[in-house]
Design a protein around this ligand. Structure first.
Ligand code: ADP
Ligand code: MG
Length: 745
């Protein structure tokens, strides 16, 4: 996983932007419940009056409140309130009359531009004064032995201000000690409760001045609502942008990964192809990369957002009610427990699933490419069973994993709903005790949900992560595999004095997974202008010689020299540019006849194509096609016969006009007549090229200047046809099985 982190580097800027946006989104989401709580608490329950310190009040009102304040509180109020003349005819006077139509000539108004600190100090002062008043009234009532006003009235409308004003002279006559005592008791109350009671009085003071209470409420609710809308909009925009960025980053990273895996695979020598199966390489380049892409597009969104929400939500929830924190802690503990159980059962399955996808690919690939063989041997049932076995395995494991994931959802819902229930239960008691407001309870529930959701998201990551990390490992394995055949740091040059000379010096070779040498102590030289033939039974190592010459593998021992240079000392491209190779199995690429022939030399002229086709005996069937060189070749050359494929492969090598031509059993699919014609044409056209012909047919090699006889990877004879018939019993044996008595003589 870490190894692939460098693939995120090009997207560092996008990632930083995404994180910033996620932060913005989280802030928005965290603030919305707070505003909602304000609408409920202030907008609905306090009729839109925010503060215990009223915006304006009558002189009597001020007198009443001051009666219950200590000196420092009185000083604070004096500093922040101004007595104004509301009956003036100037602009400010008119504004006062409009806002407070019932106001007497002189009213106290709160100074504008006060800091939040000053305002909340004022709120506390007024709230405390309200409770001091309540306490004084209680004491007074009990002293009178009458059932006077026992506590706070239920609503602002129940407050009879004129009755209170009537008591003013009596209140100012009270002994200072009793006020102090009541004040001490008031301070013992929760600040929030003091403020709420203060707000009730503030509303009474405002409506005394004739303020439009309904308008105040509307104004408050609408202003908070508009803020909420704006925040939701910003949050929404951030969400969309983050999704866009994360998708781009994920898709871009996947593209780069695929490109690098593909390039790496292309550089692989046959050794590495033997190690990874083709099916597995395809899965790694497609499915595994997709896993990473999925992880990224979810991950970028979740990895940053969820922790911010978890921490932010906890802070906000604690601010709303620290007393209920234990509920969130309990819910989270339960969640983590559930997640741990699920993750630990699911993770091992992911590794298995990727392996099974590999296997499914392998079986389907083999079945599709080998369809004809399967049908010819009536092995459909066997293959079907094989496919169904793998398919069922994959299905079983995928189902298991998905069942576990699906189980997660209802469990989470249970925890969430249980939490809500508990919060409402506990919160209701707190509200009954006036320790909490309804809006705060609602906000607390929302924060609890946000916290749980963020844990859920983090847990999802823990489920995706193991799967993606399996994939990442598989990709990194490919990327970390250095091709065993590599270009030298400082490529040497070929010896211009030895053009086309091929020399094997005591070469031995063993396939990496084999126990025995495929070739042992091979020594020979092939000269330009001559044909060197290699004959031997199947499995004797003929194709392996061609592979070493083209440096598909490196020799285990000894040296392979081309044009006087060791093949390990020159660039692979330079080496292969010198060689025209016709593989044992003709392989064509999708395109046209012309595009296939030009594969080795893009700028070959039409006449050269014609000539190469004529030499390769391919002209006849090309001419039979109306589009000739423009005729389509299907993928893998599926629409031409084996013999035609071979002839096109030969023509392709000839168009390249290489110094060295290697034919690996290229004439085996040709009939005798075509074989003979082709050899004759070749002889006339290859000129100074070194021709290496690998064959099993004696006819094909009879006229070669040099024939090398291979058996079990060793050279058992070398010479011309005539010499070998006499000196080499292995050659004689092959020849006698193919030629008539007269030809052997
Ligand atoms: P020929 O072309 O003469 O029929 P090859 O050169 O293809 O023979 O193979 C020589 C020996 O090497 C054989 O025994 C074969 O089984 C083995 N061999 C060929 N290719 C591989 C491979 N990729 N991995 C392991 N062994 C191989
Ligand atoms: Mg072979």
């Amino acid at each position: 996983m870490i190894k692939l982190a460098r693939y995120l580097k090009p997207f560092a800027l996008s990632l930083a932007l995404a994180i910033a946006l996620l932060f913005a989104q989280a802030m928005c989401d965290l603030n919305l419940p707070n505003y909602m709580s304000n609408i409920v608490n202030i907008g609905i329950q306090q009729n839109g009056v925010e503060r215990a310190a009223p915006d304006a009040m009558s002189e009597n009102g001020m007198k009443l409140m001051r009666a219950f304040m200590l000196a420092d509180e009185q000083a604070l109020v004096d500093a922040n309130y101004t007595l104004v003349d509301a009956s003036q005819t100037d602009a400010s006077g008119k504004a006062y009359t409009a806002a407070y139509p019932d106001a007497p000539d002189k009213i106290y108004v709160r100074n504008t531009g006060l800091s939040e600190d000053a305002l909340s100090a004022l709120d506390t002062a007024f709230g405390t004064a309200t409770w001091t008043m309540i306490n004084v009234m209680r004491d007074y009532a009990s002293a009178q032995g009458a059932s006077g006003q026992a506590g706070m009235p239920a609503g602002a409308d129940d407050i009879d201000l004129s009755r209170l004003y009537g008591m003013l002279p009596m209140l100012y006559a009270l002994p200072e000690a009793s006020v102090l005592d009541a004040h001490d008791k008031a301070v013992a109350n929760d600040q929030m409760i003091r403020k709420q009671s203060g707000v009730l009085l503030a509303r009474a003071f405002l409506s005394e001045l004739g303020a439009d209470m309904a308008a105040i409420q509307n104004r408050y609710i609408i202003s908070v609502g508009v803020k909420m809308l704006a925040i939701a909009l910003i949050g929404g925009i951030a969400t969309v942008l983050v999704s866009l960025i994360s998708s781009r980053v994920a898709a871009g990273t996947a593209r780069n990964l695929r490109r690098d895996v593909f390039r790496r695979v292309e550089s692989f020598s046959n050794n590495e192809f033997d190690r990874f199966s083709t099916a597995s390489l395809i899965t790694r380049c497609t499915n595994d990369v997709t896993q990473i892409q999925m992880l990224l597009s979810f991950g970028i969104r979740l990895v940053c957002y969820a922790p911010i929400m978890a921490v932010g939500g906890t802070i906000m929830a604690l601010r709303k009610s620290a007393g209920m924190a234990w509920i969130i802690a309990a819910a989270c503990t339960l969640l983590i427990g559930i997640i741990l159980v699920v993750v630990s059962t699911v993770t091992p399955r992911f590794k298995l699933i990727q392996k099974l996808v590999d296997k499914l690919n392998l079986v389907s690939r083999e079945n599709l490419t080998g369809l004809m063989v399967i049908r010819a041997f009536a092995a459909q049932d066997h293959e079907r069973a094989r496919f169904e076995g793998v398919n069922a395995d994959l299905t079983k494991n995928t189902l298991f994993v998905n069942r576990m994931m699906v189980l997660l959802m209802p469990l989470m819902m249970l925890v969430m709903n249980g939490t809500t229930l508990l919060v409402v239960w506990v919160g209701a008691h707190q509200i009954a005790d006036s320790a909490m407001q309804v809006g705060d309870l609602m906000a607390f529930i929302q924060y609890a949900m946000q916290i749980i959701m963020s844990f859920l998201m983090i847990s999802m990551m823990f489920i995706f992560l193991p799967r993606a990390s399996v994939s990442a490992e598989r990709i990194a394995e490919v990327l970390d595999t250095e091709s065993s055949v590599r270009d030298p740091e400082k490529p040497k040059h070929f010896d211009p004095a030895q053009p086309g000379v091929v020399e094997f010096r005591n070469v031995s070779f063993r396939y990496s997974d084999a126990e025995e040498n495929a070739l042992t102590g091979i020594t020979f030289t092939a000269l330009p202008g001559q044909t060197t033939a290699i004959v031997g039974p199947t499995g004797s190592g003929k194709s392996t010689i061609a592979s070493l010459l083209l440096r598909f593998y490196d020799a285990t021992e000894g040296r392979v020299l081309v044009c006087g240079a060791d093949v390990r000392d020159v660039a692979q491209a330079a080496l292969r540019a010198k060689i025209g190779y016709v593989p044992q199995k003709g392989v064509l690429l999708s395109g046209t006849v012309g595009s296939n022939l030009r594969y080795g030399r893009k700028d070959a002229a039409d006449a050269e194509l014609e000539q190469a086709a004529a030499v390769a005996q391919a002209a006849e069937f090309i001419d039979a096609k109306p589009e000739r060189f423009e005729a389509d070749i299907a993928q893998g050359g599926g629409n031409v016969s084996g013999g035609q494929k071979q002839r096109l492969s030969i023509a392709r090598a000839l168009v390249k006009k290489p110094e060295i031509l290697v034919f690996d059993d290229s004439f085996s699919a040709l009939d005798f007549r075509t074989d003979a014609a082709l050899r004759q044409a070749l002889r006339a056209n290859t000129g100074e090229s070194t021709v290496i012909v690998i064959a099993q047919r004696i006819n094909t090699v009879m006229n070669a200047e040099q024939i090398i006889v291979l058996e079990d990877g060793k050279v058992v004879g070398r010479g011309t046809h005539r010499e070998l018939l006499k000196s080499c019993p292995e050659y004689y044996e092959i020849a006698s099985s193919q030629l008539s008595k007269e030809e052997l003589a």
